[in-house]
Unconditional design. Structure first.
Length: 145
């Protein structure tokens, strides 16, 4: 279990570092080329969810995140012997905590990864952890059946 907690702390640390770096080095609302033709680093503040859904409803995100952390902690205890489920849950937990830290301290989330070829919301490391973790958990559970 300690390895997964370290994994969560490392991912949250990476998320917070990237958000700090972007905030300190890229002016709000501007973009810099990161991977030419594929991705820009863009400094955006988002007080909603993807596509600014529920914009300004911080209390809702606080409640959802706290409930998610409780459920995730319970599942991690139940599935502590299943390595793949623990990795997926750790990714989800790291993503939830990374964005929660922003919401509590700044009342918005810093987003920075802008995919150029497609119309997709700008996202951050925490969002990536959440997405990969949820997809992995769904695949793991479906493969069990």
């Amino acid at each position: 279990m300690a390895y997964y907690l370290l994994f969560i702390v490392a991912l949250v640390g990476l998320d917070q570092f990237v958000k700090y770096w972007v905030s300190a080095n890229i002016a709000l609302g501007t973009s810099h080329g990161f991977i030419p033709g594929l991705m820009n680093l863009t400094n955006l503040h988002n007080d909603g969810a993807a596509w600014s859904i529920l914009e300004g409803q911080q209390w809702f995100f606080y409640l959802i995140t706290l409930a998610a952390v409780v459920v995730l902690a319970y599942l991690m205890r139940q599935w502590r012997t299943n390595r793949w489920k623990m990795i997926a849950l750790s990714l989800i937990m790291a993503g939830a905590l990374g964005n929660f830290i922003d919401r509590v301290h700044q009342h918005y989330v810093v987003d920075m990864f802008e995919l150029l070829p497609i119309n997709f919301p700008v996202f951050n490391v925490a969002d990536s952890c959440l997405t990969v973790g949820v997809i992995a958990l769904i695949i793991i559970i479906l493969k069990e059946d």
